[in-house]
Every structure is written in C-alpha cells, then in structure tokens.
Design a protein around this ligand. Structure first.
Ligand code: ADP
Length: 881
C-alpha cells in the first residue's frame, strides 16, 4: 500500500521532470554553480609547520605506504568495475544508450567533483579518490534501464510516460538505497581515522550527488535528448521491441523489489540514524578537547636529517608505486580495448558499412525499376516484350542483391518474411557465434539482446531449442516471428505464412498452456445469435464459425423462442476418468471390484481423490470387469473447470491408495478409454459426462407459421422421421438430432472450450410433440447428457475467448457458487442447440433449406454469376442435415 503510494509520488515526480526538462536542467546547473561559488565558512586550518623526528618520519612513510596500497587497490577495483560496466553496456549494442548513460556519468562526476571541492574544502589533488569512489558507487544499470524505457517509446508522450513509469518503479528502492548507503558509509566519518573519515565523506557525497542527479537532471536530459533528436522514432533496435520489452523491463525491476529487504533497510536506517545522532552528540565534547590532544600527539622533537631523507624516499617510492600501478592498469585496459576488442568491432563496422553501401544502391535500382515499370505501363498497348523481360531482369537483379545482403547474416532467411519494415534489419551483420553465446548466457542480458539473425544462428547451431524461442528472447511475439522465419526457410512455406497473422496477440496466455511451436493465430469470424430467452434471462450467444447460414438459422430459432422462452434444467454434473488396471487373476480382479463397490472403501478412495483439489469432488465410481482387467470410471464434480486435468490428478492419487491394499494391481493407463474422452461412446450417452442438461419450450402455433414458415404437424412428422427413425436406422448413438454439433462447436470455439470435445458434447435427442388442447402449439425439448464444458482453464483464459464468455456473464470461476458458471454455460449451449434445431427442422419441413443455403452459404468467389444456382443444388444439401 505504502509502496504503491510512494511509487505514485515518484511517478508524479518523473512526470514533472520529463514535462519540464529545461526548468529541471537549469535548476540543477544553477545549484551546481552556487555550490561551486559558495564561500564556504569553514576553512581548514593551514597545516602547522612542524619539525619531525626521524622515527616519526619513517612511521609516517610506512603509514603512507599502507594507505597508498589500500587506495591503489580501491582505485584499481573502481577502474576494473567501471570497465566491466562499460563493456556490458557495449554488449547492449546500442550506441544511444551507451551515449546517454556515458553523458550521465560524466556530468554527474563533474557535479560531484565541483561540489566536493567546495563543500569539503578539499585540495584538487585529492579529488582523484573522489572520482574513483564515484565510479564504484554509480548505478549504471538503473540509468540504462531508464534509457531503455525511453528509447522504447514511439512518440514523445510515450517517452515521458515510460520514464515516469521507470521512476515510479526504481524511485522508492533507489531512495532507500541512497539513505542506507549514506548512513553506512557515514559511519566511516566517525571513525576518528583521518584518512578514512575523508574517504567516507567523499563516498557519502558521491552517493548523494548521484542520487540527486538521477532523480532530476538525468530524466530531464533523457526526455529532452529524445525529443530533440527524435531518437525513439529512429531505427534503433529497442524501439522495435515495443511494449513487451517495456513490460519486461518494468517487471524485472518490480521483481527486484523485495519488500523484506526494503523493510530490513528501513530498520537499518533507523538504527544507523541513532548511531549517528549518538556519536555526533558525544563527538562534540570530544572535538572540544581534541585540538590539544592532536597537537600534543603531533608535537615533534628535533630532527635527524639522514633519516628524514630516508623517509622522504620511502614516501616518494610509495607515491610513485601507486601511480605506476594505476597507470599500468589503465594502459593495459586501453590497449585491450583499442587493439583487441576494437579490432573485431572495426571489422564488423567495415562489413556493415559495405553492406549498407550496397543497400543504399538498392533504392536507386528500385526507383529505376519503378520508372522502368511506368514506362512499360505507358507503352503497354504497344507492348514490347523486350521491355517486359528487361524489367524482370531488373527484378531478379535487385532480388539478387537482397538475397546477397541477407545471406551475409543468415543464408536462408526468406525475403518475404523479412521484407516487412519491422523485421528489416538487413543492414546489420551478425556477431560471431561465440559473442552471441556469451550474450545469450549472460544472466543480465540473454537472447533479447541479440538480433533475429543471431538468434536464428543459435537455433541452427542447437544452442536454443526452436520450441523455446519465446522464452529465450523473452518476447513471445518476437519468438513467434523468428520461428516463422525459420519455418519459412526450412519448409519453403514463407509465402503461405504471409496470410497467417501473428502480430498483436497475447502469447503470454498461450505459452505453456494452450499451444506449442506457435507460428500465429487463426482469425475466425464470430457472429451472435440472440437474444435467446433462457430461464427468463436474455443471452446473446457468440458463435465462431465459417459455415454460412448457421448463425442466421440459429438466430431465427432464437427469434421464434422470444415469446415463449426456453426452460432449462441441469440434471447431472460429473466429469469422468476411466483408468484400466490389471490383476493376476479374475479372482483378484473381482475381489478388488467388490472392495471398491463397498461404500466404506469408496469413502477411502473419495478422501484420497478430494485431497488433490479444492474443487474436485468424487461422487461415484462405475467399475466394469473384463477378464482380469478392471475399468474404473471415476465421476467427479470439478467446479467451473471442464476438469480433465483436475480429475486425472485425483484419479491417480486415489488409485495409488487402492494399490496399497491390492499391491498386485497393475495400473496400465490412467485413461482406459472408459472415460470416454473425445471418442464416440455409448457410455457417455447413457451415463452422462460433464453437464447433463435438458431444455424445453412451447412454441405458439402463430410463431410456427409466421417465423418458422411451417406448421406443427409437419414439423413433428419430420422430426419423428428424421431424428428418431432415421437415426435409429443409422445405428446412431446420441445422434438423435439435426445439427446439435454445429451449434456446440461454434459456441465451443468462441468460448475457448476444447473443440475436440464436441464428439460427446453434441450428443443430443431432439423431441417434438403437438401441444395444447387443440395440438396446434409445438412442444420441443433437447436432451444433452454429456456437455463437457468449463469457464476456467484451457482456452477460456485467452483474451478473445474470455470476451465471449464475458458476453454471456460466465467468465472465469464463480466465487460464490463454484460450478455455477460452467453449468450456466451448459444451459446456454443446450438452449442454443434447441433454437438451432427448431430453425433447421422448420427449414426442412418447409423445404427452405436449399434456398437459404444458396443465399448464405455459397461464397461469391466460387459462385460465378453466370452459373444458375439450380445447378448447384446437390452440394449444398449436405451442409446442415
Ligand atoms: P481443466 O481441469 O479443465 O483442464 P485446469 O485444472 O487446468 O482445468 O484449471 C482449473 C484451475 O482453476 C484449477 O487449478 C483450479 O484450482 C482453479 N479454479 C479456481 N476456481 C475454480 C472454480 N470455481 N472451479 C474450478 N476450478 C477453479
């Protein structure tokens, strides 16, 4: 709660800095100028001229030597650390980020230096230590993070928002860190050791200046630079990665925020505050006394020249050694960078330049080609085939250049996929595989910092499994895009993939849940039928289908049911799993069967089963014997989930319990087809599976004639002949309906159900009777014993499918009454089936079917106008019946 509030404050602050960059920059600069020019009250007393003894001289020289060794170590460490940070930034491969953070560092050092000079009254010669401390304490990753966020924006407003968002995430942590660091280092200023005190002052000021600059000057500068140069809109690699990367960066930072650590820091701060207050109070007394003590201490008696000279030499040597070590280190790093690392970069740059030059030639070729085409078009009538062929040659020519450029990086990337402007990164070359691997394996970087071609290279060389691309590049859409390029070139299907969309889809919900090896998504048209009046409530039912007529027909059914409405009843609820187990003999098998059928033992099985989930509740088991095999059908309620995962888990644990009593029982398969899932089976029709629902309606005679264009007598007659006798003749199981599967599947696809479960879910018996005293009204009912459905889990989590569930008011889990949403959806499916049955049966009775299909179902693209619809009658008939 407090964290949210503080982060909001930092967000507002970030917004202010980015919206008023000039004001912030000018204020910072003015403050710096003031600090530089302020006449500081306290002036350190000039060192007293002292006469020292030779012994003291040597001691002092030794003290200096130890001091300088420590300082040399700290300086070397700082340089190495700075070099490491710089090198890591270089790997980011973005000169803007490097430039911006570099600028930040230089400017902050400058500010710090000037402030330190004036505030501490330090000699300029001592400032070198301050800068080293600065190098050690500066938080470059945070600066880089903000720069990355800013560069990810596509317009100036977004730059501001992104920076403000970044500030809101890192602000609280950074503030607390700055306070803790200052207080911890501040303890050093109380040590009484002069040198340590001075260094601690350096470090404290370094932390504070760094913090102030990061919170004010830096975001203002970032915003201004990006606005001025419009960097975010230029072709930098970050801008392309979009919101996914922003989300990742923010998430990473958010993950780093550990409330426990923060609390510890706050406690530490309080403790340290107390230490400081206490020490500084008592120090005042001490300080009042110290001058004399110190003077006493440094009172020197007499001189011995020879020893003094010796001391001077030692001092000089120590000083010289310090500088020599630092110098050697710096030289080594510079040589390493210039002669070894830069060489490779230089080669890369040369290569890139060469490629870019070749690429820049292309527009010329392209424009020549266009001009050429224009000329060809103008002279089309007098068409010279020579011109045409020369045009083709030009095409080939430029294609060749394209191909050559591509093969520099990735020999088989197809030009079709990479021809989209966003993916077009052909002007860049790949780094070596070793370099790519080191970036990929770096926990702070990873494959998201590699170019597509480099990722493909790692996939080709089996360093990244192709199925894990999304995870590797930490950007699902980018991963899918890369997989398409790989597939495109391997299976030579690139052109085909153009029409399979993949952008702007929430793959996060798909990954690890709904689909693997993703290469895109299928847009399926979604229509609606309704209002459907069901149990006195209105529903607009989404249906995803490519079958023309289906939605229109169902809609007509809904219209016919408007007046009377549909009544529903859920008569059964139980998802099933039917494992197969084997015993050594039929004796043992029947013994186990009896054991399971005993109510007390069932309770044991139920207890084990129910322990696996908050929602799965075992209601009964159906045991069947076949020789020495047992088929045990576990029937359980699964709340709002369709429940296959849930019930499998329960079944497994429950069986393990049975196995403890019958150790000779062999569990052959957790699914022994006695479930029965996604296969036609009488057991589901007879016993039910999922939700068992019945719906009924009494349609007035007037509606039958006005909307359905038929009469009750004909309808009932057709229903008996077709859905009863016809299905019996066909030996159907559960198929006593006209087209329940049509509606079930369309609603299943729209609402994220498993479409394969339409097999059992479409089991339906449609009954019709004349109704009322004169028998002129129509009674219709649909009985669907096995609707396998859920509103949570599986495809229901996907955004579009979730929207369809939302349309029906059954999205997700029903918190008050678990299972109620899934049951409601089952009722809707059954009632919609009833509407569909009513409409189609009426069309058949009235002989309208073919006509309506011709109007709605035949695509214009395959129905040339000159062909008479009459000629097309036969193929249409099979559609819905
Ligand atoms: P399925 O079993 O249909 O494949 P899952 O088991 O994958 O579905 O998803 C159901 C998950 O949703 C379970 O982890 C379950 O604990 C959780 N859940 C939350 N609320 C409900 C609810 N009301 N009904 C059923 N499951 C729920």
């Amino acid at each position: 709660m407090e964290y949210k509030m503080t982060s909001r404050i930092f967000r507002i602050h970030g917004n202010f800095c980015t919206s008023h960059p000039w004001e912030v920059i000018v204020a910072t600069l003015t403050l710096t100028a003031c600090m530089m020019t302020v006449d500081y009250q306290y002036q350190a007393p000039p060192p007293k001229p002292t006469v020292r003894s030779c012994g003291d001289c040597i001691e002092e020289a030794e003290y200096h030597a130890a001091d300088l060794i420590t300082m040399t170590l700290i300086r070397s460490l700082a340089i190495l650390f700075g070099y490491y940070q710089f090198n890591r930034l270089r790997k980011l491969d973005n000169k803007y980020i490097l430039g911006i953070t570099g600028l930040f560092t230089v400017f902050s050092s400058f500010i710090f230096t000037s402030a330190a000079i004036n505030l501490l009254g330090i000699r300029v010669s001592e400032l070198k230590d301050a800068i080293f401390f600065f190098l050690l304490l500066i938080d470059l990753p945070k600066a880089v993070m903000l720069a990355r966020l800013a560069l990810n924006a596509s317009n100036q407003e977004e730059v501001k928002t992104n920076i403000a968002r970044g500030m809101s995430v890192v602000g609280p942590t950074l503030t607390l860190d700055a306070i803790v660091e200052t207080l911890v280092i501040g303890v050093g200023t109380l040590s009484g050791v002069h040198r340590l005190e001075k260094l601690s002052y350096f470090a404290c000021i370094s932390v504070l200046v760094n913090y102030v600059i990061f919170m004010t000057f830096y975001p203002a500068c970032l915003s201004l630079i990006l606005e001025y140069f419009q960097l975010s809109r230029t072709a930098n690699s970050y801008a392309r990665r979009g919101s996914a990367l922003i989300a990742r960066i923010l998430k990473e930072e958010d993950h780093r925020f550990n409330p426990v650590v923060q609390r510890v820091k706050v406690i530490m701060t309080a403790g340290l505050m107390m230490v400081h207050v206490h020490s500084r109070w008592s120090l005042r007394d001490y300080e009042n006394r110290t001058p004399n003590v110190i003077e006493d201490h440094i009172a020197f008696n007499g001189t011995e020249e020879a020893t003094a000279v010796h001391g001077q030499i030692m001092k000089w040597m120590a000083l010289g050694a310090d500088q020599i070590v630092i110098l050697i280190l710096l030289l080594a790093l510079i040589i390493k960078f210039v002669f070894f690392e830069d060489k490779q970069e230089l080669t890369e740059q040369l290569l890139t330049t060469e490629i870019v030059e070749r690429r820049t030639e292309m527009p010329k070729k392209d424009s020549r080609r266009r001009i050429h085409r224009s000329f060809s078009l103008i002279s089309t009538n007098s068409s010279s085939s020579g011109q045409a062929s020369s045009g083709d040659d030009e095409d080939k020519d430029s294609n060749k250049v394209d191909k050559e450029i591509q093969t520099d990086c990735f020999p088989e990337i197809s030009d079709v996929e990479s021809s989209s402007p966003e993916d077009d990164r052909m002007g860049e070359t790949c780094r070596s595989i070793e370099e790519c691997l080191s970036i990929y394996n770096d926990t702070d970087l990873g494959a998201s910092f590699l170019r597509d071609e480099e990722v493909i290279m790692l996939v080709d060389n089996k360093h990244i499994p192709a199925y894990q691309l999304e995870k590797a590049v930490e950007d699902a859409e980018r991963g899918v895009g890369i997989r398409r390029r790989i597939l495109g070139s391997q299976a030579k299907v690139t052109k085909a993939l153009i029409n399979l969309p993949y952008k702007n889809y929430n793959y996060e919900q798909v990954m690890g849940a709904c689909c693997e090896n993703v290469i895109g998504y299928l847009p399926i048209p979604v229509g609606y039928a309704g209002p459907l009046i069901l149990d006195s409530k209105e529903f607009y039912v989404p249906m995803a289908t490519t079958e023309g007529c289906l939605v229109a027909s169902t809609n007509r059914g809904c219209r016919a049911l408007m007046k009377c409405g549909v009544t529903s009843s859920v008569v059964g609820d139980g998802m099933t799993r039917g494992p197969v187990v084997r015993f050594p003999s039929i004796k043992k098998a029947s013994e186990a069967m009896k054991w399971m059928q005993t109510p007390a033992n069932f309770e044991v099985m139920k207890k084990n089963f129910d322990s696996t989930s908050r929602f799965a509740r075992l209601d009964k088991i159906l045991v069947k014997i076949a020789g020495r095999y047992l088929f045990i059908r576990f029937v359980a309620r699964t709340g709002d989930a369709m429940g296959m995962n849930m019930i499998s888990k329960g079944t497994e644990i429950s069986l393990k319990g049975v196995q403890e009593i019958f150790p000779e029982m062999e569990i052959l398969s957790l699914s022994g087809n006695f479930c029965t899932d996604k296969k036609p089976a009488a057991v589901n029709w007879i016993e039910g599976r999922g939700k068992s629902v019945v719906c009924e309606a009494v349609v007035p005679a007037k509606v039958v004639s006005s909307i359905l264009k038929t009469n009750v007598h004909t309808l009932v007659d057709v229903n008996n002949s077709k859905n009863m006798i016809g299905s019996a003749m066909a030996g159907s199981i559960g198929g006593f309906n006209a087209h329940a599967a049509n509606i079930v599947t369309a609603v299943f696809i729209a609402t994220g159900q498993d479409p394969a479960q339409n097999v059992s879910s479409s089991n339906c018996m449609t009954l019709m009777e004349p109704w009322g005293s004169d028998g002129e009204d129509l009674y219709i009912s649909c009985t669907m014993p096995s609707i396998e459905i859920g509103t949570i889990g599986g495809g229901t989590v996907l955004q579009a499918q979730g929207a369809c569930l939302d349309m029906l008011g059954v999205k997700g889990a029903n918190v008050e009454k678990p299972g109620e949403n899934a049951s409601q959806l089952a009722r809707i499916v059954c009632a919609t089936v009833l509407a569909g049955e009513l409409s189609l049966m009426s069309a058949l009775a009235a002989g309208h079917l073919v006509k309506s299909h011709l109007r709605h179902n035949r695509s214009r693209t395959v129905l040339p106008t000159e062909i008479s619809p009459q000629l097309l009658l036969p193929p249409c008939i099979d559609n819905n019946i």
